[in-house]
Design a protein around this ligand. Structure first.
Ligand SMILES: Cc1ncc(COP(=O)(O)O)c(C=O)c1O
Length: 370
């Protein structure tokens, strides 16, 4: 049996008709960039997240950059973020000229550790940037309490957590701003790049609208030095069709994760993800912890099962951030996780027999002689 890491062919079959009709509408109107479908998506996605405003942009990275720019973050400022994340979370800070301040994560959920955040706050801290890693929310109550106490803003990196709940509230409605990626592999993925900034703050919303479109306030009237970071209408058509089904597809991911979890109970040497009782996990990534990862991956590959590592090197040990002077040992939880984490196949239409095959293969590989 072959088990791909991701297979969206079933999703495509489900939405094909809607997409075809939507594309025809765009060709008729010729509103290719920031057209009426983008407006519709911004309204619907913001409502879905439980906030008033959405601003469609080019990518999740741009969403983060524009969010920080809207808050006037720049040289001399500090932004606190977890070292265990995708590099875009830090790059957007660097683009503004501010300093990314890395902190460690919790061992149980792999999310930013609020105690570490507290220790890292200085008079220069302007933003806390938690990442809802793999699809489970960070400890937002603690983070928001710290932010309010020190007059700091909270920008959620929600690139991996479309639709997740934290204490009954949707991800995207918790901090001052939230940033989503619509990269194709995300739970809500376009057929190309895309992203969105969502917020309940009208002032921030207006700033983001300007910043994504050359800083424009009229056709050729520019208030600030903005960017060209606009979502195109064809991506919006795809995303509108997928948004309608997002909750259902997240449930299907959760069912596959539950089956993995149940089967892994009988396997020694593997740690399944833990989900806190006050939040949901949308399993954009299904990541387990194992020892002897390289050999296990090799064995899985031989048996036709794809697996990946998200992420093998924490950001403080990346060459791109060598100027910060970090060394191995600075953030031990993240470093250990980076050595042990392994992402297994996960997508809504993953079948029960595929999950069973992955689990049985892992069990026999772990019981083998390596
Ligand atoms: C946690 C996180 N932040 C930011 C991004 C950047 O999103 P994009 O690839 O759309 O720029 C991604 C995904 O790639 C991500 O996983």
């Amino acid at each position: 049996m072959k088990v791909p890491f991701i297979d969206f062919s079933q999703q495509y079959k489900t939405i094909k008709k809607e997409i075809d009709t939507g594309f025809k509408g765009i060709f008729k109107r010729c509103d290719f960039v920031l057209g009426e479908d983008v407006k519709k998506l911004e309204e619907q996605f913001a409502r879905y997240c439980g906030v008033r405003y959405g601003v469609g942009v080019n990518s999740g990275t741009d969403a983060l950059y524009i969010a920080l720019a809207a808050l006037n973050i720049g040289p001399g400022d500090e932004v606190i973020l977890p070292t265990f994340t995708f590099i875009a979370t830090a790059l957007c800070v660097s683009y503004t000229g501010a300093k990314p301040v890395f902190v460690d994560i919790e061992d149980e959920t792999y999310n930013i550790d609020p105690k570490a955040v507290e220790r890292a706050i200085t008079p220069r801290t302007k933003v806390i940037l938690p990442v809802h890693i793999y699809g489970q929310a960070a400890n937002m109550d603690e983070i928001i309490a710290l932010a309010r106490k020190h007059n700091i803003k909270v920008v959620e990196d929600a690139a991996q957590a479309h639709g997740a709940f934290y204490k009954g509230k949707r991800i995207g409605s918790l901090g001052d701003i939230a940033c989503f990626s619509f990269y194709p592999t995300k739970s809500l993925g376009a057929f190309g790049d895309g992203g969105m900034v969502v917020t309940d703050d009208e002032k921030i919303y207006k700033e983001c609208l300007m910043l994504r479109d050359y800083g424009r306030i009229g056709r050729y009237e520019h208030k600030v030095k903005g960017f060209n970071s606009r979502l195109d209408s064809m991506q919006a058509v795809v995303l509108l069709a997928k948004l309608k089904r997002l909750d259902k597809w997240n449930k299907m991911r959760a069912a596959a994760a539950a089956q993995y979890g149940k089967l892994f109970k009988a396997v020694d040497g593997i740690r399944a993800p833990k989900v806190r009782s006050d939040r949901t996990h949308v399993f954009q990534t299904y990541a387990v912890r194992v020892r002897n990862r390289a050999k296990l991956m090799e064995g899985l590959k031989e048996k036709g099962i794809s697996s990946l590592i998200h992420y093998p090197i924490p950001l403080h040990l990346q060459e791109a951030y060598s100027e910060l002077g970090h060394k191995r040992g600075d953030f031990p939880v993240s470093e250990k996780l980076a050595d042990e984490i392994l992402s297994l196949p996960m997508f809504p239409h993953l079948t029960k027999s595929q999950v069973k095959y992955v689990c049985e293969t892992i069990k026999s590989l772990l019981n083998g002689k390596f």
